[in-house]
Write a protein that binds this ligand. Structure first.
Ligand code: HPA
Length: 261
């Protein structure tokens, strides 16, 4: 049976990316509940990969309600080792102009009240580890997260972008906010002082959960609007939609190039 060790988690604007009907489709129930959508084994240019629509298919789950734990757990159970997250984000600094594709290298987490770890009880990772003879969970629960994204996966994404003729920005700090509302201008000024280049609502706890499971994880971010206070006027969904439609082609070009390599 065909499978793949690569997964793409599609965000806003990338709800599906099939060329053909799925080779396989699973609706796993994990110790943490159900995933946002079925896991679909798709192929592009003959290369298979797992695809998961973070906000559901159709798009209906807001960022703070996404079951990030179930999503990552199910992908790992399907044999995935590498996860590429696609995120639509707001741009704070010059390196994040509207329409830019950015491969961030750091995170500041401003989210709260989300299920953000597998190390919080008896289900899931602990019992899984026990089955594998790991008895000292405490030794594992403080995972290193100094470099939150996989350096190797980031590098391969950047090379894929170059091969696809997409001028992706190498590095940037992703500030993860709670949403679903957008930020105030003062919040964005604070984030800028904190060193954030990008603002999005779904980058965390996804990246940290991937690390807890030992999955290589990197993000491909499309800047769809100037963050609050960074341009005159309101941020409208119509403006965001327009940039998404123009920019997602670049994101899928990078992903196709990545899969072929
Ligand atoms: N803020 C937070 N998340 C976002 C934004 C934003 O401006 N744009 C797209 N996702």
């Amino acid at each position: 049976m065909t499978s793949s060790t690569i997964a793409i988690i599609g965000g806003t604007g990338l709800n599906q990316m099939a060329e053909l009907a799925p080779l396989d489709e699973r609706r796993p129930v994990t110790p943490y509940g159900e995933t946002s959508a079925p896991l679909q084994l798709l192929q592009r240019d003959g290369v298979a990969f797992w695809f998961l629509a973070r906000h559901g298919q159709p798009h209906r789950i807001p960022p703070h309600r996404v079951n990030y734990r179930a999503n990552l757990w199910a992908l790992r159970d399907a044999g995935v080792r590498e996860v590429i997250a696609v995120n639509a984000v707001g741009g704070i600094t010059e390196r994040a102009a509207t329409g830019a594709v950015v491969v961030p290298d750091q995170i500041v987490d401003y989210t709260y009240g989300r299920e953000h770890t597998f190390y919080d009880g008896v289900v899931g990772l602990r019992s899984d580890m026990a089955q594998h003879g790991v008895t000292c969970a405490a030794a594992l629960e403080h995972v290193d997260f100094g470099e939150p994204y996989s350096a190797g996966l980031r590098q391969r994404l950047l090379e894929a972008a170059q091969a696809a003729g997409v001028a992706a920005v190498d590095g940037g700090v992703y500030g993860a906010t709670q949403g679903p509302r957008l930020e105030t201008a003062a919040e964005i000024r604070r984030m800028e002082r904190d060193g954030c280049d990008l603002v999005g609502m779904t980058g965390m706890p996804e990246a940290a959960l991937a690390r807890e499971l030992g999955l290589a994880y990197a993000a491909l971010c499309l800047v769809v609007n100037p963050a609050a206070g960074k341009a005159p006027g309101e941020i409208t969904m119509a403006d965001i939609q327009r940039v998404l439609e123009q920019g997602m082609g670049q994101v899928t070009a990078v992903l196709s190039s990545f899969l072929k390599r």
